[in-house]
Design a protein. Structure first.
Length: 215
C-alpha cells in the first residue's frame, strides 16, 4: 500500500503553512454540487480571503461516474486506505486567496496539487468554475481554470449564435478557436482536470507555467 506523507497530503489539499485543517465527512451532494466524500477545510488569516475557508475533498467514482461516499476514517491507517482506493478524485469545493497573496500563489498551489494527485494515483480533479455570462461578475473561474488545463463539454445550443464555433465540443475547443468569445460569453460549469500522464490537461498546465516563467 502506498504511504501518504504529510507533505503530499498538504500539497494535495493546497494547504498553506500555519493553517489549521478540519476534516469532515459529507454524505450527500453539497449546495455547489460538491460530491459526497471526505472534505478538509482550513482558514489562513494571511493568505485566504477574509471570511472564507478553503475546502478540498477526496471522493471515489463508480463505473457510471456517480460519486461514492468515502466514510470518515477513524485512524491513520484507515485514512491511507481511503486515499488509495481506485478511481479516486479530488474536488476543489472552495478556494479563495486574499487580494494581498503573492502573485501566482494559486497557480503554484494547484500545480503542486495536480502533481501530488497524479503521483498518488488519482484520476481527476473537479470543481465548479464560477462566473461568466449570467453569473456573479466577481467570479472569474470560468476563464481562469481552463488556462490551467480544466475542460468541460459544451452544452446543447450554447453555440447556436456563433457559427464559426459549431465544430467545438468542449470549452478548450472554443478557447482554441476564439478565446475572446469564451471570455465574453462563457459561463460557469463543472470542469475537470485529467490527471493521466500526457493528457491535454497536463499539456495546457505545463504550457501556462512555462509562459509565466514558473518552471
Amino acid at each position: 500500500m502506498q504511504e501518504i506523507g504529510a507533505a503530499d497530503l498538504a500539497q494535495l489539499l493546497m494547504v498553506f503553512d500555519g493553517s489549521r485543517l478540519h476534516e469532515q465527512a459529507q454524505r450527500d451532494f453539497g449546495d455547489d454540487d460538491s460530491p459526497p466524500g471526505l472534505y478538509f477545510t482550513y482558514r489562513n488569516t494571511e493568505l485566504v480571503w477574509e471570511g472564507h475557508k478553503n475546502r478540498i475533498g477526496v471522493y471515489r467514482r463508480s463505473e457510471n461516474e456517480t460519486s461514492i461516499f468515502l466514510a470518515s476514517p477513524e485512524t491513520d491507517d484507515e485514512m491511507e486506505e481511503r486515499l488509495n482506493e481506485p478511481e479516486r478524485a479530488v474536488h476543489v469545493d472552495h478556494f479563495y486567496l486574499h487580494q494581498h497573496a503573492p502573485d501566482y500563489l494559486g497557480t503554484i498551489a494547484f500545480a503542486l496539487c495536480a502533481i501530488a494527485a497524479h503521483r498518488l494515483g488519482f484520476s481527476t480533479i473537479s470543481l465548479i468554475a464560477g462566473g461568466g455570462h449570467g453569473y456573479a461578475p466577481a467570479m472569474i473561474g470560468y476563464k481562469y481554470w481552463p488556462k490551467l488545463g480544466f475542460d468541460a463539454p459544451i452544452e446543447l445550443g450554447e453555440l447556436e449564435n456563433a457559427p464559426k464555433l459549431q465544430h467545438c465540443r468542449t470549452v478548450q475547443d472554443v478557447i482554441a478557436a476564439d478565446s475572446g468569445w469564451w471570455e465574453e460569453h462563457g459561463t460557469q460549469r463543472w470542469m475537470e482536470f485529467d490527471l493521466r500522464a500526457e493528457s491535454p490537461s497536463w499539456q495546457k498546465l505545463l504550457k501556462y507555467l512555462r509562459g509565466k516563467g514558473l518552471i
